[in-house]
Design a protein around this ligand. Structure first.
Ligand SMILES: O=C(O)CCC(=O)C(=O)O
Ligand SMILES: [Fe+2]
Length: 326
């Protein structure tokens, strides 16, 4: 059975960067409507150079091709791993929702905020020494994701009927985690219920995803519980709403359930898939209460205010099957 395409609209950000007020408003409306209806949107003409995408992708691919013991040199000792190399089968993301589920068939390389690391704050990241230019590419990738996040939050403000700079204070030192994920070829059939990445909601603000054209990809769940493919588009990013953003918008934007499915067992060539994900969100110290434009007398705030960092940390701990820690 193939899933019919659920509309994940494609929005061209070119006119937002360069257009007049009316065209910028149109882009913001289209962006906002997509996040209300699907919780997902594909963006093109986003301003991130294609060469940087290619170089960063090649670096990540080179890292995952290293022998396992070499990669494990970069696995941190802490139980909830928010940085470094996370080997295959360490995480079960669907456990955030469904309790025990088989481990996900992916491995990841994670970098916590480079802005904080550059300022000497928090735990340092792990910097693999191979491939040689990985570190330089990841630094440039971080800056590109930071810039894109600023643009997306200006767009979000307009889409949510707020002044364009509404989010700027929240995002001056944003929460921004880079996650490179490798979904290897599956030599053995997966266990019952085991996926490349189980059904989950993202936890934070907006997620930025550069997805591959490979088989066994991203699907989103509609309100009737049916799954739909998110088709890859050349030179695009997929943007989706996390739980914290859904709360912030008082439920106006949807944090949509999604998963990464296994490739068909009949395929003979390589089915390896590599995603480059950036989890973005407001500064961890922010208190997140319903946005002023998302409440009214007939639509009061539905959620208690939460501290951004505590909220996301609790979800992350659940995905590692651990009690919540701060
Ligand atoms: O690899 C993908 O397409 C999606 C990954 C994802 O959903 C995540 O990292 O939260
Ligand atoms: Fe996700």
């Amino acid at each position: 059975m193939t899933a019919a395409a659920l509309a994940v609209p494609v929005v061209d950000l070119g006119a937002f960067a360069a257009g007049d007020a009316a065209r910028r408003e149109d882009v913001a409306r289209a962006f906002g409507r997509a996040l209300e209806e699907a919780g997902f949107v594909t963006i093109v003409q986003h301003g991130v150079p294609a060469d940087l995408v290619r170089a960063t992708y090649a670096g990540a691919r080179g890292f995952f091709a290293l022998p396992e013991p070499e990669k494990r040199r970069y696995t941190p000792p802490e139980r909830t791993k928010g940085r470094g190399y996370l080997p295959l089968r360490i995480e079960s993301v669907a456990a955030t929702l469904a309790g025990r589920t088989p481990p996900d068939l992916c491995e990841a390389l994670v970098f916590a905020s480079l802005q904080r690391e550059r300022a000497g704050l928090g735990l340092p990241n792990y910097w693999p020494d191979q491939p040689a230019d990985l570190g330089r590419n990841v630094q440039a990738w971080y800056d590109a994701m930071f810039g894109l996040t600023q643009q997306l939050m200006r767009l979000s403000a307009l889409a949510l009927d707020l002044p364009e700079d509404f989010f700027s204070g929240f995002y001056r030192e944003p929460s921004l985690t880079l996650r490179f994920v490798n979904y290897p070829d599956q030599e053995e059939p997966p266990e019952p219920g085991q996926l490349r990445y189980g059904a989950h909601h993202d936890y934070g603000g907006l997620t930025v995803l550069r997805q591959d054209e490979a088989p066994g990809g991203l699907q989103i769940c509609d309100r009737e519980g049916r799954w739909h493919d998110v088709p890859p588009h050349p030179d695009s990013f997929v943007i989706n709403v996390g739980d914290l953003m859904a709360r912030w918008t008082n439920g106006r934007w949807r944090s949509t359930l999604h998963r990464v499915v296994n490739p068909s067992r009949e395929l003979t060539g390589s089915t390896q898939r590599l995603s480059m994900v950036a989890f973005t969100g407001p500064n961890g110290a922010s208190e997140i209460a319903a946005l002023p434009s998302c409440t009214s007398a007939d639509n009061p705030a539905r959620y208690e205010p939460v501290n951004a960092s505590a909220y996301v940390q609790a979800k992350l701990a659940a995905s590692h099957d651990l009690p919540a820690t701060r």
